[in-house]
Structures are given as C-alpha cells and as structure tokens.
Design a protein. Structure first.
Length: 71
C-alpha cells in the first residue's frame, strides 16, 4: 500500500481539495515545501502536493473529478 500524488499546485486549491477529501473520510498527506514562513525572503513558488493511499483512490476519484471540473 503506497501513496499516490493526486494534486500539485496552489496552496489555496490544495486546502479546498484536502477538505473535500477529508469530508469523504479519505486521509490526505500534504507535502508543502514552501519555506516562506521560515525565511521570508524566499518566494513561495513551489507547489503544494497532496497524496492519498492507493487503496482510497476508487473512493477519492469522484471527489477529485468534481473538484477539477469546478476550477
């Protein structure tokens, strides 16, 4: 059982998708490499990535597709 990346992009959109998935009882792993909070001089250009367990993909796919169609 591994993780699969389902999203890579803007932090605001990542939070919206994460909330929708968690409302459907799907655990989400967030990878945020932005260090602008630690070092303010660094720009926050790196995308936020969301991962889910492979076994949850069948349950998450409708949520992901609905999200993609709404943006």
């Amino acid at each position: 059982m591994g993780l699969i990346k389902i999203f890579s992009g803007n932090e605001i959109l990542a939070v919206i998708l994460k909330d929708k998935l968690e409302a459907a009882n799907i655990n989400v792993v967030v990878r945020n490499n932005n260090q602008s909070n630690v070092l303010p001089s660094i720009s926050a250009d790196k995308p936020v990535e969301l991962f889910i367990h492979e076994t949850d993909f069948h349950k998450a796919n409708p949520v992901i597709e609905e999200f993609r169609m709404s943006i």
